[in-house]
Design a protein around this ligand. Structure first.
Ligand code: 5AD
Ligand code: FES
Length: 355
């Protein structure tokens, strides 16, 4: 089959074989990409209309016990100035965000053990109490089943934990030996089982990544059926072992967004900050390739420059209100509009009103 036929098959059946994925990744052209983007954006419009969901991210701590080789807030980066937000600061960010029309708050941090599960439960419950019409998403890394369960019972609705790569050997090249691919995968299974709307995803063009690895990622996503998929290009950070590695491909990231949309049409797929960093109009192009979510920053302005996973991150000097207005304009410029809603995955829409 040629690539156009493969894209048609994916759209019809939601499946390709491993060799077919590899063929696509090895041989795709700009025309193939445009074809996939046109089909994928039509699929997204069929699901969501020309509406874009927004999520406000509160980066509440950049302290991390992990040492992922790609990441700017890895523990051995002594140049990273560490900070932690208090519960009150986090709640203030959410209150401000609520005024700007955010109905999902994403609490994101490094793996910072100074926030106990009890503390996190208290923060989640307080946000839900102040804003019962909002969803809370957690993105605080690998925990144990009991922690995930307690956080869910405290009111957390969604959880983001990128799998980073579905290949165990590749995972081993991106992470120190203390980190386990099997544990990460187990976390994802548990999150889903507990009832979170669960997001996974990979970096595109991370060091040592091959087309085979990406094929494995697609097969994993097909099987796992996450409610959300976060993908952005790998971008080097100057204080990491990968500082001289080339950035991931912008075109391949867009192509992957389209392919994920065709494979899992109702999935929530953000046009990520990394995509907006590698190209000034990356997020708009992400939406036109099939993404339906944007996740701007709600963190206090004085900490934004300290939460740098990679160099060049956008929006680190902009107030939340500016980002909100900027996004509105950007989406309008391509014929979309930002909507004020929780933006749940459709399989959760009914239940969510009960939580
Ligand atoms: N480039 C791109 N994405 C990165 N992430 C971490 N470091 C980088 C980098 N250098 C992504 C990882 C992580 C998410 C929070 O950010 O996929 O899961
Ligand atoms: Fe932050 Fe444009 S989205 S300034």
């Amino acid at each position: 089959m040629n690539n156009i036929e493969l894209i048609d098959t994916l759209e019809k059946t939601g499946h390709l074989d491993k060799e077919q994925w590899v063929q696509l990744f090895d041989t795709f052209t700009d025309d193939d990409r445009a074809y996939a983007a046109q089909k994928a954006s039509a699929a997204a419009v069929a699901q969501f209309g020309k509406s874009i969901f927004i999520r406000g991210i509160v980066e509440f701590s950049n302290v991390c016990k992990n040492d992922c080789l790609y990441c700017g807030i890895r523990k051995s980066n002594a140049n990273c100035e560490r900070y932690r937000l208090t519960k009150e600061q986090i709640l203030d960010c959410c209150d401000a965000g609520y005024e700007y029309g955010f109905r999902t708050f994403v609490l994101q941090s490094g793996e910072d053990k100074s926030y106990s599960t009890d503390t996190l439960c208290d923060i989640v419950a307080s946000i839900k109490k102040a804003h019962p019409d909002c969803a809370v998403t957690l993105s605080v890394g690998e925990l144990e089943y009991d922690d995930y369960k307690r956080l869910f019972d405290a009111g957390a609705d969604r959880y983001l934990l990128r799998h980073e790569t579905a290949d165990e050997q590749h995972y081993g090249k991106l992470h120190p030996s203390e980190m386990s691919w099997a544990h990460r995968m187990k976390c994802l299974e548990q999150l889903k089982e507990i009832g979170y709307q669960t997001g996974c995803g990979m970096m595109v063009g991370s060091p040592f990544q091959t087309s085979e690895h990406l094929a494995q990622d697609m097969l994993f996503l097909e099987r796992f059926k996450p409610q959300m998929i976060g993908m952005g290009p790998f971008l080097p950070h100057k204080d990491t072992p990968f500082k001289d590695e080339p950035a991931g491909s912008y075109e391949l990231t867009l192509f992957l967004i389209s392919l994920c949309r065709l494979m899992l049409p109702d999935c929530l797929i953000p046009a990520t900050t990394a995509l907006g960093t590698i190209r000034p109009d990356g997020r708009e192009k992400g939406v036109l390739a099939g993404a339906n979510v944007i996740m701007p920053n709600l963190s206090p302005i004085d900490v934004r420059k300290k939460y740098l996973l990679y160099d060049g991150k956008i929006c680190t000097g902009d107030e939340s209100a500016q980002c909100r207005a900027c996004l509105e304009r950007r989406m309008e410029s391509i014929g979309y509009k930002v909507v004020i809603t929780r933006g749940d995955h459709k399989s959760y829409d009914k239940d969510s009103s009960l939580r």
